[in-house]
Design a protein around this ligand. Structure first.
Ligand code: PEP
Ligand code: MN
Length: 340
C-alpha cells in the first residue's frame, strides 16, 4: 500500500498514522523525495483503507501488490515524464535521443560532436569519463578534469550530458558537472550506489545488468526511489546469453513488459546491445516500434579511431540517417492503433 501524505502533515499526525498501521500488523517505511512524502505499508491485515484515505493529511492511498510499489505502474495513471533543464523531457510521448562517444577523448572531439548533435536537434550528449572497463589494461577514462571539460563544452553548445558514475564516493565531486547520472550494467545491483543516488536531485539513467531479470531491474530502481529520487530512466542494453554472434542479446521483450509493469520511461541502448555498427540502427528502430521512449547510441566522427567501442559506434552520416528514421518510426508508432 502506498500512502501519499500531504506536505502539511504534522509529526504527531504521522506518528499516529504509523501506529495505526503497526496495530494492523503492517510493516511501514517512510519515503521522502524532492516532490512527495510517502508511507509504504506492507503485509498487514485486511482493513478498510478508506479510514486512512479519508484523513485530511492523506493525499491519496493506493493498494499496490507489486514488490516494487513505487516504480510500479499500478498507482500512477500516466507514465512518468522526467524534466531536465531547458525544457528537455524524457518519457510520455517524447522521443529521446542520447548520443555521443563511448569515451570522451579530448576537447576537439566533443566540441565537434556537440556542434554536430545540435544540427540534428539532439539535446543530450553521452560520454564516458570514468569507464568501467572489463580489463584493467584498457583505457580508464579522463577523470574529473575531463568531466569538467565535457560539461563545459556541452553546455557552451546548449547540450546537457549523461555520464556514468561508478562509485558512491564520486557523487559529490561529479554532481556540479553532471545533468543525468548513468548507472552502468556492471553496477546495476550496487545497492549502496543506488541508494546514495536516491539522495541526488538529478535524473538517473539505470542500465539493466548483464544477468538481471526485469523484476531485479525494477527492484534496483526502487532502491533509487526509496532513497528519495523519483527521476529514474530505465535502460535495456542487452543481456548475456549463449549467442556469441553479437555482443549481447538485446531483449526487445523487456520494452513492453517494463512499460506495463512500471510508470518509468524506458530507453534502449542498441550500441551495447548488438555491438555491431551495421545493425545498430535497425535494432534501434525496432525498439521504438516496441514502445521505447528513446535510444542511447554511441557515435564517433571516425569510429575506426575511437579509443573504445569504435566497432559499434555510428559515424556522423549513419547517425544523421538514424535520426531521420527514428523520427519517422516514432510518428508511425504513435499513429498506429495500440497493440493491446
Ligand atoms: C556505456 O554506456 O558506456 C557502458 C559502459 O555501458 P554498459 O554499462 O551498458 O556496458
Ligand atoms: Mn561503450
Amino acid at each position: 500500500m502506498i500512502i501519499q501524505l500531504n506536505s502539511a502533515i504534522s509529526p504527531t499526525q504521522k506518528n499516529e498514522l504509523i501506529d495505526e498501521l503497526y496495530n494492523n500488523a503492517y510493516g511501514v517505511q517512510e519515503v521522502t523525495t524532492k516532490e512527495h512524502s510517502y508511507l509504504i505499508a506492507q503485509g498487514g491485515k485486511q482493513m478498510d483503507i478508506r479510514s486512512i484515505g479519508n484523513k485530511p493529511y492523506v493525499q491519496d492511498i493506493h493498494v499496490v501488490q507489486a514488490p516494487y510499489p513505487l516504480v510500479s505502474s499500478s498507482w500512477k495513471e500516466q507514465p512518468t515524464k522526467i524534466h531536465l533543464n531547458d525544457g528537455v523531457q524524457i518519457g510520455r510521448k517524447e522521443l529521446s535521443i542520447i548520443a555521443g562517444p563511448c569515451t570522451v577523448e579530448n576537447e576537439k572531439q566533443i566540441d565537434e560532436m556537440a556542434k554536430f548533435l545540435v544540427t540534428k536537434g539532439v539535446k543530450l550528449m553521452r560520454g564516458g569519463i570514468f569507464k568501467p572497463r572489463s580489463s584493467p589494461y584498457s583505457y580508464q577514462g579522463l577523470g574529473l578534469e575531463g568531466l569538467k571539460l565535457f560539461h563545459q563544452t556541452a553546455h557552451k553548445n546548449g547540450l546537457q550530458i549523461v555520464t556514468e558514475i561508478m562509485e558512491q564516493n564520486q557523487i559529490e565531486e561529479m554532481y556540479p558537472y553532471v545533468d543525468v547520472f548513468q548507472v552502468g550494467a556492471r553496477n546495476a545491483q550496487n545497492y549502496k550506489l543506488l541508494g546514495a543516488l536516491g539522495k541526488v536531485d538529478k535524473p538517473i539513467l539505470l542500465k539493466r545488468g548483464f544477468s538481471q531479470s526485469l523484476d531485479e531491474l525494477l527492484h534496483a530502481a526502487e532502491y533509487i526511489f526509496t532513497g528519495g529520487n523519483e527521476k529514474i530512466i530505465l535502460c535495456e542494453r542487452g543481456i548475456r546469453t549463449f549467442e556469441k554472434s553479437y555482443r549481447n542479446t538485446l531483449d526487445i521483450n523487456a520494452i513492453p513488459l517494463l512499460k506495463q509493469k512500471s510508470h518509468l520511461p524506458v530507453i534502449v541502448d542498441p550500441s551495447h546491445g548488438i555491438g555491431l555498427r551495421n545493425h545498430v540502427s535497425s535494432v534501434a528502430l525496432g525498439c521504438i516500434m516496441a514502445g521505447a521512449d528513446g535510444v542511447l547510441v554511441e557515435i564517433h566522427k571516425h569510429p575506426q579511431m575511437a579509443v573504445s567501442d569504435g566497432f559499434q559506434s555510428l559515424n556522423f552520416s549513419e547517425f544523421s540517417q538514424l535520426v531521420e528514421n527514428l523520427e519517422l518510426t516514432f510518428q508511425l508508432k504513435n499513429k498506429i492503433k495500440p497493440f493491446y
